[in-house]
Design a protein around this ligand. Structure first.
Ligand SMILES: [Zn+2]
Length: 308
Protein backbone atom coordinates (compact mmCIF):
# COMPACT_ATOMS: atom_id res chain seq x y z
CA UNK A 1 0.00 0.00 0.00
CA UNK A 2 1.38 3.39 -0.94
CA UNK A 3 1.62 6.44 1.34
CA UNK A 4 -1.39 8.05 -0.42
CA UNK A 5 -3.49 4.92 0.17
CA UNK A 6 -2.50 4.71 3.83
CA UNK A 7 -3.35 8.34 4.47
CA UNK A 8 -6.79 8.04 2.84
CA UNK A 9 -7.55 4.91 4.84
CA UNK A 10 -6.52 6.57 8.09
CA UNK A 11 -7.74 10.14 7.66
CA UNK A 12 -10.23 10.43 4.79
CA UNK A 13 -12.61 7.49 5.05
CA UNK A 14 -15.75 9.58 5.52
CA UNK A 15 -16.70 11.64 2.45
CA UNK A 16 -20.41 12.46 2.62
CA UNK A 17 -20.95 16.15 3.45
CA UNK A 18 -19.66 18.87 1.14
CA UNK A 19 -17.08 19.78 3.76
CA UNK A 20 -15.80 16.20 4.04
CA UNK A 21 -15.62 15.90 0.27
CA UNK A 22 -13.72 19.18 -0.16
CA UNK A 23 -11.24 18.11 2.49
CA UNK A 24 -10.65 14.84 0.59
CA UNK A 25 -10.39 16.65 -2.76
CA UNK A 26 -7.81 19.01 -1.32
CA UNK A 27 -5.74 16.06 -0.13
CA UNK A 28 -5.98 14.31 -3.52
CA UNK A 29 -4.93 17.53 -5.25
CA UNK A 30 -1.92 17.76 -2.98
CA UNK A 31 -0.90 14.23 -4.11
CA UNK A 32 -1.88 14.63 -7.78
CA UNK A 33 -1.58 18.32 -8.75
CA UNK A 34 -2.95 17.65 -12.26
CA UNK A 35 -6.31 16.52 -10.80
CA UNK A 36 -9.23 18.50 -12.29
CA UNK A 37 -12.65 19.14 -10.84
CA UNK A 38 -15.69 18.76 -13.12
CA UNK A 39 -18.47 20.34 -11.13
CA UNK A 40 -22.18 20.95 -11.68
CA UNK A 41 -25.62 19.40 -12.11
CA UNK A 42 -28.19 18.41 -9.52
CA UNK A 43 -27.42 17.11 -6.99
CA UNK A 44 -24.21 19.09 -7.27
CA UNK A 45 -21.59 16.62 -8.51
CA UNK A 46 -17.87 17.04 -8.13
CA UNK A 47 -16.22 14.45 -10.36
CA UNK A 48 -12.43 14.35 -10.15
CA UNK A 49 -10.50 13.67 -13.34
CA UNK A 50 -6.90 12.83 -14.18
CA UNK A 51 -5.73 12.47 -17.76
CA UNK A 52 -7.87 13.07 -20.84
CA UNK A 53 -11.03 10.94 -20.83
CA UNK A 54 -11.90 12.01 -24.39
CA UNK A 55 -8.73 10.64 -25.98
CA UNK A 56 -7.89 7.74 -23.62
CA UNK A 57 -9.04 4.27 -24.72
CA UNK A 58 -9.49 3.08 -21.16
CA UNK A 59 -11.07 5.00 -18.27
CA UNK A 60 -10.52 3.70 -14.75
CA UNK A 61 -13.18 4.79 -12.28
CA UNK A 62 -14.40 4.54 -8.67
CA UNK A 63 -16.95 6.50 -6.67
CA UNK A 64 -15.57 8.39 -3.69
CA UNK A 65 -18.81 9.49 -1.97
CA UNK A 66 -19.83 7.79 1.27
CA UNK A 67 -23.16 6.13 2.01
CA UNK A 68 -25.43 6.68 5.00
CA UNK A 69 -24.98 4.32 7.92
CA UNK A 70 -27.69 1.65 7.96
CA UNK A 71 -28.73 -0.51 10.91
CA UNK A 72 -28.71 -3.49 8.52
CA UNK A 73 -26.33 -4.35 5.68
CA UNK A 74 -26.95 -3.56 2.03
CA UNK A 75 -27.05 -7.25 1.14
CA UNK A 76 -26.25 -8.07 -2.50
CA UNK A 77 -26.21 -11.42 -4.31
CA UNK A 78 -25.21 -10.59 -7.91
CA UNK A 79 -25.85 -14.09 -9.23
CA UNK A 80 -29.24 -14.36 -7.57
CA UNK A 81 -31.39 -11.36 -8.33
CA UNK A 82 -34.36 -12.88 -6.53
CA UNK A 83 -32.59 -12.87 -3.13
CA UNK A 84 -31.39 -9.28 -3.68
CA UNK A 85 -34.91 -8.11 -4.57
CA UNK A 86 -36.60 -10.02 -1.75
CA UNK A 87 -34.11 -8.62 0.74
CA UNK A 88 -34.62 -5.05 -0.53
CA UNK A 89 -38.36 -5.50 -0.15
CA UNK A 90 -38.04 -6.82 3.41
CA UNK A 91 -35.89 -3.90 4.57
CA UNK A 92 -37.95 -1.23 2.76
CA UNK A 93 -41.46 -2.36 3.60
CA UNK A 94 -41.46 -1.49 7.36
CA UNK A 95 -40.92 2.18 6.49
CA UNK A 96 -44.31 2.15 4.73
CA UNK A 97 -46.09 -0.07 7.23
CA UNK A 98 -45.80 2.49 10.04
CA UNK A 99 -47.23 5.53 8.13
CA UNK A 100 -50.03 3.45 6.62
CA UNK A 101 -50.93 1.99 10.00
CA UNK A 102 -51.20 5.53 11.41
CA UNK A 103 -53.26 6.49 8.37
CA UNK A 104 -55.59 3.56 9.02
CA UNK A 105 -56.11 4.71 12.61
CA UNK A 106 -56.70 8.32 11.51
CA UNK A 107 -59.37 7.36 8.97
CA UNK A 108 -61.06 5.14 11.50
CA UNK A 109 -61.15 7.44 14.49
CA UNK A 110 -60.96 11.01 13.19
CA UNK A 111 -64.01 12.85 11.88
CA UNK A 112 -64.25 14.36 8.36
CA UNK A 113 -63.26 13.26 4.88
CA UNK A 114 -59.57 12.34 4.93
CA UNK A 115 -59.29 11.52 1.20
CA UNK A 116 -55.75 12.92 1.15
CA UNK A 117 -54.45 10.75 4.00
CA UNK A 118 -53.01 7.88 1.83
CA UNK A 119 -50.96 10.46 -0.06
CA UNK A 120 -49.56 11.83 3.17
CA UNK A 121 -48.75 8.29 4.37
CA UNK A 122 -47.01 7.51 1.07
CA UNK A 123 -45.00 10.74 1.20
CA UNK A 124 -43.99 10.03 4.79
CA UNK A 125 -42.91 6.49 3.84
CA UNK A 126 -40.82 7.79 0.93
CA UNK A 127 -39.25 10.41 3.14
CA UNK A 128 -38.34 7.79 5.76
CA UNK A 129 -36.77 5.57 3.09
CA UNK A 130 -34.84 8.53 1.68
CA UNK A 131 -33.63 9.60 5.11
CA UNK A 132 -32.58 6.16 6.33
CA UNK A 133 -30.99 4.94 3.09
CA UNK A 134 -29.48 8.14 1.68
CA UNK A 135 -29.87 11.29 3.74
CA UNK A 136 -28.90 10.03 7.21
CA UNK A 137 -25.57 10.32 9.02
CA UNK A 138 -22.46 9.07 7.19
CA UNK A 139 -21.24 5.54 7.70
CA UNK A 140 -18.08 5.95 9.83
CA UNK A 141 -16.40 2.95 8.19
CA UNK A 142 -16.21 2.70 4.41
CA UNK A 143 -13.18 0.49 3.87
CA UNK A 144 -14.83 -1.70 1.25
CA UNK A 145 -17.55 0.69 -0.05
CA UNK A 146 -15.83 2.50 -1.57
CA UNK A 147 -12.52 3.49 -0.05
CA UNK A 148 -11.22 0.26 -1.64
CA UNK A 149 -12.11 1.49 -5.14
CA UNK A 150 -10.54 4.89 -4.44
CA UNK A 151 -7.38 3.19 -3.17
CA UNK A 152 -7.23 0.96 -6.26
CA UNK A 153 -7.12 4.09 -8.45
CA UNK A 154 -4.50 5.69 -6.18
CA UNK A 155 -2.41 2.51 -6.20
CA UNK A 156 -2.50 2.59 -10.00
CA UNK A 157 -1.62 6.29 -10.12
CA UNK A 158 1.32 5.63 -7.79
CA UNK A 159 2.66 2.46 -9.40
CA UNK A 160 1.97 2.52 -13.16
CA UNK A 161 4.85 3.50 -15.41
CA UNK A 162 4.45 6.94 -17.02
CA UNK A 163 3.79 5.18 -20.37
CA UNK A 164 1.05 2.99 -18.91
CA UNK A 165 -0.50 5.87 -17.01
CA UNK A 166 -0.62 8.02 -20.16
CA UNK A 167 -2.85 5.43 -21.86
CA UNK A 168 -5.64 5.75 -19.33
CA UNK A 169 -7.80 8.42 -17.74
CA UNK A 170 -8.89 8.24 -14.10
CA UNK A 171 -12.21 9.45 -12.73
CA UNK A 172 -13.39 9.59 -9.13
CA UNK A 173 -17.19 9.83 -9.27
CA UNK A 174 -19.37 11.74 -6.84
CA UNK A 175 -22.95 10.83 -5.80
CA UNK A 176 -23.02 7.13 -6.60
CA UNK A 177 -24.86 6.21 -3.43
CA UNK A 178 -27.79 8.57 -4.02
CA UNK A 179 -28.42 7.25 -7.55
CA UNK A 180 -25.33 7.10 -9.81
CA UNK A 181 -25.61 10.86 -10.47
CA UNK A 182 -21.89 11.61 -10.83
CA UNK A 183 -21.26 8.93 -13.45
CA UNK A 184 -24.49 9.78 -15.25
CA UNK A 185 -23.40 13.40 -15.61
CA UNK A 186 -19.93 12.34 -16.73
CA UNK A 187 -21.41 9.96 -19.33
CA UNK A 188 -23.57 12.79 -20.67
CA UNK A 189 -20.73 15.32 -20.86
CA UNK A 190 -18.34 12.87 -22.53
CA UNK A 191 -20.87 10.88 -24.55
CA UNK A 192 -18.96 11.39 -27.79
CA UNK A 193 -16.37 8.66 -28.10
CA UNK A 194 -17.64 6.50 -25.24
CA UNK A 195 -19.00 3.84 -27.61
CA UNK A 196 -16.14 1.32 -27.55
CA UNK A 197 -14.03 2.97 -24.90
CA UNK A 198 -13.54 0.64 -21.95
CA UNK A 199 -14.69 1.83 -18.53
CA UNK A 200 -13.35 -0.25 -15.63
CA UNK A 201 -15.20 0.65 -12.44
CA UNK A 202 -13.95 -0.49 -9.02
CA UNK A 203 -16.61 -0.60 -6.31
CA UNK A 204 -16.23 -2.72 -3.13
CA UNK A 205 -13.11 -4.67 -4.02
CA UNK A 206 -11.40 -5.35 -0.68
CA UNK A 207 -13.67 -7.86 1.12
CA UNK A 208 -13.98 -11.28 -0.49
CA UNK A 209 -11.90 -13.88 -2.33
CA UNK A 210 -13.93 -13.92 -5.53
CA UNK A 211 -13.13 -10.99 -7.80
CA UNK A 212 -15.97 -10.42 -10.25
CA UNK A 213 -15.47 -8.62 -13.55
CA UNK A 214 -18.99 -7.96 -14.76
CA UNK A 215 -18.80 -7.09 -18.46
CA UNK A 216 -21.40 -5.38 -20.60
CA UNK A 217 -22.03 -7.06 -23.97
CA UNK A 218 -19.94 -4.54 -25.81
CA UNK A 219 -17.06 -4.79 -23.34
CA UNK A 220 -17.06 -8.56 -23.64
CA UNK A 221 -17.07 -8.36 -27.43
CA UNK A 222 -14.27 -5.82 -27.80
CA UNK A 223 -12.22 -6.41 -24.66
CA UNK A 224 -13.20 -9.83 -23.29
CA UNK A 225 -10.11 -11.73 -24.38
CA UNK A 226 -7.75 -9.03 -23.20
CA UNK A 227 -9.54 -8.80 -19.85
CA UNK A 228 -9.31 -12.58 -19.36
CA UNK A 229 -5.59 -12.54 -20.13
CA UNK A 230 -4.80 -9.48 -18.02
CA UNK A 231 -6.50 -10.25 -14.70
CA UNK A 232 -4.91 -13.31 -13.16
CA UNK A 233 -5.80 -15.07 -9.92
CA UNK A 234 -3.49 -15.84 -7.02
CA UNK A 235 -3.62 -18.56 -4.46
CA UNK A 236 -6.90 -18.40 -2.57
CA UNK A 237 -8.28 -15.79 -4.95
CA UNK A 238 -10.56 -16.35 -7.90
CA UNK A 239 -11.17 -14.12 -10.94
CA UNK A 240 -14.63 -14.52 -12.44
CA UNK A 241 -15.47 -13.00 -15.81
CA UNK A 242 -19.22 -12.48 -15.81
CA UNK A 243 -21.76 -11.01 -18.22
CA UNK A 244 -23.93 -8.16 -17.01
CA UNK A 245 -27.01 -9.93 -18.43
CA UNK A 246 -26.55 -12.74 -15.90
CA UNK A 247 -24.90 -10.90 -13.04
CA UNK A 248 -26.57 -7.90 -11.41
CA UNK A 249 -24.09 -5.54 -9.82
CA UNK A 250 -25.52 -2.04 -9.43
CA UNK A 251 -22.81 0.60 -9.68
CA UNK A 252 -21.51 3.41 -11.90
CA UNK A 253 -20.48 1.13 -14.80
CA UNK A 254 -24.20 0.76 -15.58
CA UNK A 255 -24.17 4.26 -17.13
CA UNK A 256 -21.69 3.25 -19.86
CA UNK A 257 -22.10 1.11 -22.99
CA UNK A 258 -18.70 -0.59 -22.90
CA UNK A 259 -17.95 -1.21 -19.25
CA UNK A 260 -16.76 -3.63 -16.62
CA UNK A 261 -17.86 -3.50 -12.99
CA UNK A 262 -15.26 -4.94 -10.61
CA UNK A 263 -16.27 -6.16 -7.13
CA UNK A 264 -15.11 -8.68 -4.53
CA UNK A 265 -17.64 -11.22 -3.29
CA UNK A 266 -17.72 -13.79 -0.54
CA UNK A 267 -19.26 -17.22 -1.03
CA UNK A 268 -21.55 -19.21 1.25
CA UNK A 269 -23.54 -22.40 0.91
CA UNK A 270 -27.08 -22.03 -0.47
CA UNK A 271 -26.99 -18.26 -1.14
CA UNK A 272 -23.80 -18.43 -3.22
CA UNK A 273 -21.82 -15.24 -3.90
CA UNK A 274 -22.72 -12.34 -1.67
CA UNK A 275 -21.66 -9.00 -0.20
CA UNK A 276 -22.88 -8.51 3.32
CA UNK A 277 -21.23 -5.76 5.37
CA UNK A 278 -21.37 -2.62 3.29
CA UNK A 279 -23.29 0.46 4.49
CA UNK A 280 -22.79 -0.65 8.12
CA UNK A 281 -20.17 0.13 10.75
CA UNK A 282 -18.75 -3.35 10.07
CA UNK A 283 -17.41 -2.25 6.69
CA UNK A 284 -13.80 -2.53 7.88
CA UNK A 285 -12.21 -5.31 5.83
CA UNK A 286 -9.20 -4.39 3.70
CA UNK A 287 -7.53 -7.29 1.94
CA UNK A 288 -4.62 -5.57 0.23
CA UNK A 289 -3.99 -8.60 -1.97
CA UNK A 290 -7.20 -7.81 -3.86
CA UNK A 291 -5.96 -4.33 -4.69
CA UNK A 292 -2.60 -5.71 -5.80
CA UNK A 293 -4.24 -8.29 -8.08
CA UNK A 294 -6.43 -5.59 -9.63
CA UNK A 295 -3.57 -3.11 -10.04
CA UNK A 296 -1.34 -5.75 -11.66
CA UNK A 297 -4.15 -6.88 -13.95
CA UNK A 298 -4.93 -3.30 -14.97
CA UNK A 299 -1.25 -2.65 -15.72
CA UNK A 300 -1.20 -5.75 -17.94
CA UNK A 301 -4.40 -4.62 -19.65
CA UNK A 302 -2.87 -1.22 -20.42
CA UNK A 303 0.09 -2.99 -22.04
CA UNK A 304 -2.34 -4.22 -24.72
CA UNK A 305 -3.48 -0.66 -25.47
CA UNK A 306 -1.64 1.37 -28.10
CA UNK A 307 -0.17 4.66 -27.03
CA UNK A 308 -2.02 7.75 -28.25
ZN1 LIG B 1 -20.27 1.64 -3.56
Amino acid sequence: MTETCRRILEEYQVRKSTKQKLRFIEFLQSRYPELRLEEGGWPRCRNLILGDPDSAQVILTAHYDTCARLPFPNFITPKNLLITLAYSLVITLPFFVIPFFLEFLAVRYLPGDLWWSPLVALALGLFLVYYVFIGGPANPHTVNDNTSGVLTLCLLLDTLSPEQRAKAAFVFFDHEESGLFGSSRFARLHAKGLKNKLIVNFDCVSDGDHLFLVQSRRARKHWGERLAAAYQPREGKEIRLERSAFCFYPSDQMNFPCAVGVAALRKAPVIGYYMGRIHTARDTVMDERNLEILAEGTARLLETVQAK
